[in-house]
Design a protein around this ligand. Structure first.
Ligand code: C2E
Ligand code: CA
Ligand code: CA
Length: 643
């Protein structure tokens, strides 16, 4: 019995209810405001009726009391109603709770005593019936309506029933003892009803809480999700209000190359990495900071700080995060290299609205990625300008593609022994209606970012092949391909076939230039596409050789027929010993592998002579000819054919 009591006490005591549940239970008193007013009104009508029936002074006193208590309850209800939606601390909640307990009990006690007096004073059975009816009605109403606050509910049913039970027992009422017994039974039933109603309220609350948590939490990491974070951010902005000394930084965290992890190691490994990163973020932030997963591999941290201390605090935290996330993740005993890029923006310096702040952290993040990832960037206005420029550029590129504005210019590639032109490299140009001719260095990086390079590449390829078809055999055209185009290899191969078919250019007069960065990615699709070009009879040329992370192993594992040695080695070819050594070594290598070596970026007679001396026979550069529009290239080749 004692154990049972103790467990019941634990279940029903407020001590085990958190603030939110307590608030919910108190709120449940007002879940049907109409019923509340109806009961107050009925209480008043009742006391008035009894007063009119008895004309006793004491009943008059109860009418007055009932009005007073009613007014008090209305005001208290109003006061509490104004707190709707505002968080209350536990002390305030308990204060309200006590006042409700007192005034609500006063109300039921008033009616209880009133009924007592009615039974005491009258001999009319009709009056007894009235008194019992009122008692039963109110008791049942309390059990269903006020059970959220058990103490209040118990106080009410007792103060309502007890006076009547006593009255029936002590006054000479016919069958009084039976009535008293029936009322006792009612009391027991009401109490049981009340407890069960209480359980239902709590259960419903818990179930709602769970669905709410599911809606607000990220399932994988248990962090807040985007939706919950947006709410938290709005609350924080409200809390910090302009003019207050509170401020916060927003840090958006994006994992670098996460897609590759997912693609290469599978989604389970990807998920494990996300979970691990979430755990590290939790560890590295301060207790009152907020961290959420916005989706995919993107997280966000809201870090509270004093307004004056912000740049130091925010950059220190951002740095801690960069360092924490840079450790390789160990998943299933294998170590996965990982890092993250961060964008930081500050309230209120960089914005006072949630959407504005989110935009700015994204811009800062973009900057961090652009500067090479694995770092944090704090927003500043120059980033915004750059960002806007790039968006404008992206839109203009789209329009230019739609209008088919990109065109190839052609730079001769010569045989420097004979002085003959052997081919032309097609170099993309963008005749911009306002800004004039734009060079590829300006638009290709952006077009690669957005994927627009796929369309630009196709247009250049088509036009270059069409132009070359008009040149005398065996002059070839060399077209640059971006690594981005190799992400859709079937489309690329199809577009090459189509360009050849449409122009009628024999495949042996087409060269495709690819850079080493493509081989760094080294996928089966890329290899297959390059092999297919080779089988079609197209030459494949390794561009900018030596500029990046050249690995000689690539050279013979791909079917290259040409190597273009980068301009940086040609720049000092007449004086620097290393450049000379490298160029002559590559020449020997090319010869052994039966590839043609082309020197790029030859600008002076001295460079030309130095190359001649090293036995290099093919070259390209301003010294021989700058890129020219199609019409001029055609004239040059015609002269050549005639001469
Ligand atoms: P790249 O493939 O290395 O092309 C050679 C670049 O060097 C060209 O610049 C050319 O005009 C320049 N150049 C040639 N001779 C000399 C010289 O003697 N001195 C100097 N300083 N520069 C010389 P351009 O036309 O601005 O192209 C830049 C880069 O843009 C190209 O480098 C290539 O990577 C890319 N690109 C150009 N057209 C296309 C294209 O149609 N598709 C793709 N994917 N990339 C292209
Ligand atoms: Ca090239
Ligand atoms: Ca090149």
């Amino acid at each position: 019995m004692r154990r049972w009591l103790r467990s019941a006490a634990a279940t029903y005591s407020d001590r085990n209810a958190d603030d939110e549940l307590l608030r919910h239970l108190i709120d449940s008193l007002f879940s049907a405001p109409g019923a509340l007013f109806a009961s107050m009104f009925m209480g008043l009508v009742l006391t008035l009726t009894v007063w009119l029936m008895t004309w006793s002074a004491i009943c008059g006193f109860f009418v007055a009391l009932n009005i007073l208590v009613g007014i008090k309850r209305l005001r208290l209800t109003g006061e509490y109603g104004r707190m709707a939606g505002i968080a209350l601390d536990r002390r305030r909640l308990q204060d309200f709770d006590r006042r409700f307990l007192f005034w609500w009990t006063m109300f039921s006690l008033g009616i209880g005593v009133e009924n007592f007096l009615l039974v005491a004073k009258t001999t009319e059975p009709a009056d007894w019936t009235l008194a019992s009816g009122v008692t039963i009605g109110f008791t049942v109403a309390f059990a269903s309506r006020n059970a959220g606050r058990l103490k209040l509910f118990l106080a009410q049913v007792f103060s309502m029933c007890a006076p009547m039970i006593v009255a029936y027992a002590v006054f000479p009422v016919k069958n009084g003892v039976v009535y008293a017994g029936l009322l006792c039974g009612l009391l027991v039933v009401a109490i049981l009803l009340g407890f069960s109603a209480h359980d239902q309220i709590v259960e419903l609350y818990r179930a709602n809480l769970k669905t709410r948590q599911m809606a607000l939490n990220d399932m994988l990491t248990g962090l807040m999700n985007r939706f919950a974070f947006t709410e938290a951010l709005e609350r924080e902005i409200e809390r910090c209000g302009l003019g207050s000394r509170e401020a916060f930084s927003l840090i958006v965290v994006d994992l670098d190359r996460f897609k590759e992890i997912n693609d290469m190691l599978g989604h389970n490994a990807g998920d494990a990495v996300i979970v691990e990163m979430a755990a590290r973020l939790r560890r590295v932030i301060d207790g009152d900071d907020v961290v959420a997963r916005l989706g995919g591999d993107e997280f966000v941290v809201l870090s509270r700080e004093r307004r004056r201390e912000w740049p130091q605090e925010a950059s220190a935290l951002a740095e801690r995060i960069v360092v924490a996330l840079r450790e390789p993740a160990v998943i299933d005993a294998s170590s996965i290299p990982i890092s993250a890029s961060l964008g930081v923006a500050h309230y209120p310096d960089h914005g006072v609205a949630a959407t504005e702040l989110m935009k700015k952290v994204d811009i800062a993040l973009y900057e961090a990625k652009r500067e090479g990832r694995n770092r944090a960037a704090i927003f500043d206005s120059s980033m915004q300008a750059r960002f806007n420029e790039e968006r404008v550029m992206e839109l203009e590129i789209e329009t230019a593609i739609a209008r088919d504005e990109f065109e190839p210019w052609f730079q001769p590639i010569g045989n420097i022994e004979t002085g003959q032109i052997v081919g032309y490299e097609a170099l993309a140009r963008w005749p911009h209606p306002v800004r004039g001719m734009i060079s590829p260095g300006k638009f290709i990086p952006s077009a690669e970012q957005t994927g627009a390079i796929v369309h630009i590449g196709e247009q250049i390829l088509q036009k270059a092949c069409a132009a070359a078809a008009a040149w005398p055999d065996p002059i070839y055209v060399s077209v640059n391909l971006s690594p981005v185009q190799f992400r859709q290899t079937s489309r690329l191969v199809a577009s090459v076939r189509e360009a050849l078919a449409r122009s009628g250019l024999p495949p042996r007069r087409l060269t495709l230039e690819i850079t080493e960065s493509l081989m760094m990615e080294d996928t089966a699709e890329t290899r297959a596409a390059i092999a297919e070009f080779d089988q079609m009879g197209i030459s494949v040329s390794l561009d900018d050789f030596g500029a990046g992370y050249s690995s000689l192993s690539y050279i013979h594992s791909y079917p290259f027929s040409k190597i273009k040695i980068d301009k940086t080695f040609i720049d000092n070819i007449e004086s620097e010993r290393e450049s000379i050594a490298i160029v002559s070594a590559v020449r020997v290598l090319a010869e052994k592998l039966d590839m043609e070596l082309i020197a790029e970026g030859v600008e002076t007679l001295r460079q030309h002579l130095a190359l001649r001396q090293l036995g290099v026979t093919r070259a390209q550069g301003y010294y021989y000819g700058k890129p020219v529009p199609q019409a001029e290239a055609a004239v040059a080749v015609r002269h050549l054919a005639a001469g």
